[in-house]
Design a protein around this ligand. Sequence first.
Ligand code: ZN
Length: 273
Amino acid sequence: MSSHRISLYHNLTSPFVPYSDSDWLTGAITFRPLLSAHTSPDAAADWAFNAFNTDRLHLASPHTGPVDAESLLAIKVYRLVRLPSLAVGDVAAVAGPVGEINWLACDLDGWRPITRPHRIDGEPLDVDVVRPFLRGRLSADLEAAGEAGGEMHRLCVFELFLSCGHIATVARDGWYPVSVACCDRLGGIVSRGDYIPFASEVEGINLLSERYGPRPGGARRKPGVLLRRRPRTDDPYTRADGGACPSAGRFPARVGAPRYIPVRLIAEGDSAS
Ligand SMILES: [Zn+2]
């Protein structure tokens, strides 16, 4: 057994179409499954494809073999933050036991070796970042807190539906906030020469995971961790052919998108009666 590291990237430009060098990718997840030292990069990528696309009831089938604890955690996180399934056009980076990295693109008939992609928008979510918010059993945690004379911290993973038009998946030591600093889509102010974006209001939440962790009395709460951010609205756009019906997004006044004002164009020579 060895320490491979598999990092997965989703295709933003042309999902379901074989990857090309001009495509943009975004990081999905990175983790260390327990694989044989002789596992080839292709086989490792295949293993990841099965792990993240298979129904959890069939994960430990004779076809896929037993699943180790690290992989189970990665699969749990993958589904918890609602990452889309792997498909043609997506990319895997498989780092072997000695550190060499093989980049592979998912094609219709298997994995194709590619050179390191240059268009990557956002690194993959490291399973280790989410681990402290998921590990532990409630009964064991309560016992440990009682013995230590400490206090319990509420460790949660939320989906926050924000007024800026984003959905942020965050891990927090504590309950959910009423406003967060997300992006600059709502505008901002300049204070002492620095631009400060307005905070986004939390308009709705989904509680994805909750547990209690023992901490020493008076322990400071750790800052929240942003696990994923995705659009809640469709992006504003204008049709390339200049036609009518551009989209201003679902909440145009809030996300700062341009408002669409129909203007009647008057050709030269027409009378403006
Ligand atoms: Zn935002």
